[in-house]
Design a protein. Structure first.
Ligand code: ATP
Length: 776
């Protein structure tokens, strides 16, 4: 059955060499009870460990059923121990955190025997050793003899052919010893039993054969056996512990150390808690900043005007040196030099309209078209305007007189490229009436305190005194009429055009449109001033319609025919005044300003890049220059927030690493504490990998637990944090834990702790089984 051939095992410690096995040759029968006697330190245990595959011989050979073990790999030894060998130790070596049945089942659990079969065989083995009454007790509720019976049950549960016992009665009184010996004697009827003992009487009383050992050599053999030639018919089934078994094993172990586990989990979760809170806060602050930014955007668009200011053209040379020249140099002022006329062509407008929709909320194109407005006041029609300029001031400037007379002024609100009215709905609240629906609907914009520019009302022909309070009803539904150029101006015999005085007549003309105030609106946000000035606001659509009606009117045609002469006054004009007049009359469809509202600060950069691309390669005169008001506010806030978050996360990460180190230490202690258990598991056939798995499972449970616990604490912490922040800053719901962050943090905690625990786990796996079993 078993044969040792010239087995040598020397231990070298320092200069001394211990010959634990010194050329041992012996053979065993298939069924016999062999007792090995000998003085302490003679090498008995070493021989038993070599036979059981727990220890390796240096030279010689161990034949199992005729099969040489010289070429055995670790996995073969593991399988051999699991399939063929049962061990019984002096100190029982039961796994105390498992139940009796689980202990007995362990060998079968390791080799993947199905649960029901396992349970049945374990119970049979326990009945066999006489423990049918005590099966459901805990290990620490048993007597020494009973514990040894459990150990014997574990050794025979999977019915091995070889049973190895190392001083099985060494810790028991004589009566119990006899009972155990009798039990082993019975078991030897079915298998080979090799027992190491110090007790010659027991050996002689129960054993069939006695081998005396001294100085690593067999001195005497009472009943030697010579193994005949045998065919190699030895087969091994490899063992494999499932992840689930590893998890269960670790879980039961962790449960026996509840206090320590809780403290570990708590301490390791501190890193996760701090990172989660930092993320939750920065998340919330970022949201607040985004909101503020987006509000700021609404009042600070990128503006492209007909005349821009090219700051790069400013020389900024204010020399301090006095000139010695005796001449005067005529020079343009810096501001004049910087003045740049933008050629806002249709091509450019289309280019702007093609900005990817995701980057912009709105694009407002304003045309400087005048509107001939009249309104019935006290039964009579008179001219009115949407302007905010003072109607009582004595302006001599013809352009502003024209502006007042023709109704240029007021604010134009943008309409989305798809024609939808989202701008007003997003940023403005209706406090009376409704949002405008059609091009002929106009609104009154009031300030946060419901005040409105008095000039706007006066220009509409409403007689009002400063600080006078007007009912909403009085203003909503006010109507104003826009008259087409052809109805508004009459041609004099001189060829000049003048406004007709018959306003009542104009009111009923077919081309006259009625505009109606549909509502009074006010900016929604506390923090923003809004885009629209207080006063009248109308849609960009309305200007387009007016432009369409007037572009081919008589007065426009006549003005175009005499470009250097004002068609109304007969005065000569320079090109730019002429251009202004033509625009006012509706003869030029060039926009006066284009305003682009980026969606966010970041998108603004995309928009600016897009606009810069247009200018690339163009000569100075063809370039279109924009003004970026929001640029001065810049992305500073966003960058700052990111920086703060990174710094805080770095600090929090330090605590995470600390917890990782702590988990390694705890796993390491656990490895030390469980050294004996590792030995037992190995004796039962556990592979290195199974041992690593058991400890990895433990760190997995700890890491995952710490992650979950950390997230739970961080989530609960957001409530008091938010209430404090709300009190201090007035901001509500700042700390918001992003579920994605929560999941990632649990993963991070699990992965980091597994990493931290992996090295001790590997150390555990590498432990020598024989040494592990010798440890106390
Ligand atoms: N890992 C080891 N390193 C060094 N020496 C060892 C090691 N294991 C055992 N020895 C030595 O080998 C010798 C044989 O030890 P072994 O445990 O086999 O003796 P034993 O006969 O079983 O003794 P006891 O009856 O006291 O248990 C002893 O001198 C022991 O010190």
């Amino acid at each position: 059955m078993l044969e040792l051939k010239h087995i040598k095992k020397y231990y070298h410690v320092g200069d001394t060499v211990t010959k634990a096995q010194d050329d041992v040759s012996v053979a065993f029968r298939e069924k016999e009870f062999v007792a090995i006697l000998g003085p302490s330190g003679s090498g008995k245990t070493t021989m038993l460990n070599i036979i059981g595959g727990l220890d390796r011989y240096d030279s010689g050979d161990l034949l199992i059923k005729g099969k040489s073990t010289k070429g055995f790999k670790d996995a073969d030894w593991d399988a051999y121990r699991n399939n063929s060998v049962g061990f019984i130790f002096q100190s029982y070596n039961l796994i105390s955190h498992l139940g009796i049945i689980e202990n007995v089942e362990m060998g079968m659990t390791l080799s993947g025997v199905p649960a029901a079969t396992r349970r049945q065989k374990a119970e049979e083995a326990l009945i066999r050793v006489g423990l049918n009454q005590h099966m459901h007790k805990k290990i620490n509720q048993l007597s020494g003899g009973q514990m040894q019976r459990v150990a014997i049950a574990r050794a025979i549960a999977s019915d091995p052919e070889i049973l190895l016992a190392d001083e099985p009665t060494g810790a028991l009184d004589s009566e119990t010893s006899n009972e155990i010996m009798q039990l082993i004697k019975d078991l030897s009827k079915e298998r080979l039993v090799i027992m190491v003992t110090h007790n010659p009487e027991l050996a002689h009383q129960y054993a069939d054969r006695i081998i005396e050992f001294a100085d690593g050599k067999i001195q005497n053999d009472s009943h030697p056996h010579i193994e005949g030639a045998k065919a190699d018919n030895f087969k091994l089934t490899r063992t494999k512990m499932s992840y689930w078994t590893a998890l269960k094993l670790s879980w039961t172990n962790i449960r026996t150390k509840k206090g320590r586990t809780f403290l570990t989990v708590f301490a390791s979760s501190i890193g996760i808690i701090s990172i989660a809170i930092v993320l939750a806060l920065s998340n919330g602050f970022q949201k607040q900043i985004d909101k503020t930014q987006s509000e700021a955007m609404s009042s600070m668009p990128i503006t492209i005007s007909q005349v821009g200011s090219d700051t790069s053209a400013m020389t900024g040379t204010t020399t301090k040196k006095f000139s010695k020249a005796d001449t005067v140099t005529a020079e343009k002022s810096d501001a004049d030099k910087a003045q740049h006329v933008n050629k806002i062509t249709n091509k450019y407008i289309n280019y702007v309209k093609d900005i990817p929709a995701k980057y912009t909320k709105n694009i407002a194109i304003t045309y400087g078209t005048g509107m001939n407005l009249i309104r019935q006041v006290d039964g009579k029609y008179k001219t009115v305007s949407f302007s905010n300029s003072n109607p009582d001031s004595q302006t001599v400037d013809t352009a502003s007189m024209m502006a007042n007379a023709t109704g240029v002024g007021g604010s134009v609100y943008p309409i989305n490229s798809d024609g939808k009215q989202t701008f007003l709905k997003t940023y403005y609240k209706v406090i009376a009436g409704n949002y405008p629906k059609s091009a002929t609907d106009i609104v009154l914009v009031v300030n946060k305190d419901n005040s409105i520019n008095i000039n706007a009302l006066k220009n509409l022909g409403i007689s009002v005194k400063e600080n006078e309070k007007l009912d909403f009803d009085k203003l909503v539904s006010t109507t104003v009429k826009v008259v087409a150029n052809n109805d508004y101006y009459t041609k004099l015999p001189t060829g000049n055009f003048v406004p007709d005085n018959n306003y009542d007549g104009m009111a009923t003309k077919a081309n006259t449109k009625t505009l109606r105030v549909t509502g009074i609106i006010r900016v929604k946000s506390k923090n923003s001033d809004g885009l629209l000035a207080s006063g009248v606001a109308y849609s960009s659509q309305l200007t387009k319609e007016v432009l369409n009606t007037n572009k081919d009117s008589e007065i426009v045609k006549a003005q175009k025919a005499t470009p250097t002469k004002n068609i109304m006054t007969g005065q000569t004009m320079d090109a730019s005044t002429a251009n202004g007049l033509l625009t006012m009359l509706g003869g030029s469809s060039k926009p006066t300003t284009i305003q682009i509202y980026p969606t966010t600060f970041k998108d603004k950069d995309h928009v600016l890049n897009y606009l810069d691309k247009y200018n690339k390669g163009k000569n100075k005169n063809d370039k279109v220059i924009y003004t970026d008001l929001a640029g001065t506010v810049s992305d500073m806030t966003g960058g700052l927030m990111d920086a703060i978050t990174y710094v805080l996360i770095a600090f929090a990460a330090i605590s995470l690493i600390t917890s990782m180190i702590m988990i390694s230490i705890i796993t390491y202690t656990s490895v030390i504490e469980r050294t004996k258990e590792i030995g037992v598991l190995k004796a039962l056939g556990a592979r290195k990998r199974d041992i690593t798995r058991v400890f990895n499972a433990e760190t997995f449970i700890l890491g995952f637990g710490a992650g979950l616990f950390g997230i739970a604490v961080a989530y609960l912490a957001t409530f008091p944090i938010n209430s404090v922040l709300a009190n201090v800053t007035g901001l509500n719901g700042v700390a918001v834990l992003n579920p994605m962050h929560a999941i990632v943090l649990v993963l991070v905690s699990t992965v980091l702790t597994i990493l931290g625990g992996h090295i001790p786990a590997r150390m555990a796996a590498k432990k020598d089984a024989a040494i592990a079993l010798r440890s106390e």
